[in-house]
Ligand binder design. Structure first.
Ligand SMILES: [Zn+2]
Length: 285
């Protein structure tokens, strides 16, 4: 397993799902995007819910946790939720851990495909799925998600959020900066209010969990912006600024939703900054 500073890194594949291809690529015409990711007969494209686990001497830190296991048949059908190959629990188990071992969960944001694994059913109650963990959420994002606008409302499910508030397990983070040694959060506001990306830095190099600023490697192109984003022109600026900094710093990017590319480096090409050396996390350095 690769290491950065004191942390051993594990990929935690939590399952697959599908979203409308048009919504995933915004204004990009279908003839362009369907060459890169082929849609199914309902115009949906395959996506992963790929999380990251960091282990050091005292902590086990999970970044996002997929869609969870609370959905009904209609929800499963709409989003083609597929846990045949991977589940959060099985992937944690493969890495040698159980949910009880997780000490910290960093939630990039509270959309259901990122935070749905945060809670689970226990009889007729909803409880935190990681009973010993602190859940780290941006303060302004938590407020935003609990009073959702009508356009984003379907992505913020109270069943994923309120049990965490009720249990007192949320740590509200105010702004960007260090959360643990070598781990900092970076804020972006285009996709949703105060999404936090996670940057892990050590002597070996830097890895950034880019979440929904860059859901797939195809979104590296400037105008390839999801229609889901609440402020697409802010995403455009944030993406350009981030990619300039990431290229200059030689940062590696971890893609949560890319069906084929878990990790890539960056290179400058005549058509802009592009993914280089796509590879699994095991080949990070
Ligand atoms: Zn999102």
């Amino acid at each position: 397993m690769p290491r950065i500073g004191p942390y051993t890194l594990y990929t935690i594949e939590t399952g697959r799902f599908r979203l409308d291809g048009g919504a995933m690529f915004g204004i990009v015409p279908k003839p362009l995007w369907q060459r890169r990711i082929a849609p199914d007969e309902r115009n949906r494209i395959p996506l992963h819910m790929r999380c990251l686990l960091l282990e050091d001497d005292g902590r086990l830190i999970l970044i996002d946790n997929g869609v969870g296991d609370k959905y009904d048949a209609k929800f499963q059908d709409i989003f083609a939720i597929d846990h045949d190959e991977h589940t959060l629990h099985a992937s944690l188990n493969d890495a040698g851990f159980s949910p009880d071992d997780v000490t910290d969960v960093i939630l990039t944001h509270l959309h259901f495909d990122h935070a749905g694994g945060s809670t689970t059913r226990q009889g007729d109650r909803l409880v935190p799925a990681f009973p010993n963990a602190t859940y780290h959420v941006q303060h302004t994002h938590l407020d935003w998600a609990r009073q959702p606008n009508e356009r984003e409302k379907a992505s913020f499910l109270s069943e994923n959020i309120e049990p965490l508030v009720a249990s007192g397990q949320i740590n509200r983070i105010d702004g960007a900066g260090a959360v643990f040694p070598g781990i900092e959060v970076m804020l972006v506001n285009g996709h949703t209010e105060a999404q936090q990306m996670v940057k892990i830095t050590g002597p070996e190099g830097t890895l950034v969990f880019v979440a929904d600023l860059l859901p797939t490697s195809h979104h590296l192109r400037a105008p390839w912006i999801m229609a889901y984003d609440v402020r697409p022109l802010v995403t455009l600026q944030e993406k350009k600024a981030f990619l300039d900094e990431a290229l200059a710093g030689g940062w590696h990017l971890f893609f949560e939703h890319d069906p084929d590319v878990p990790l890539a480096s960056l290179e400058q090409t005549e058509r802009g900054i592009a993914a280089a050396n796509p590879r699994p996390l095991d080949e990070l350095f």
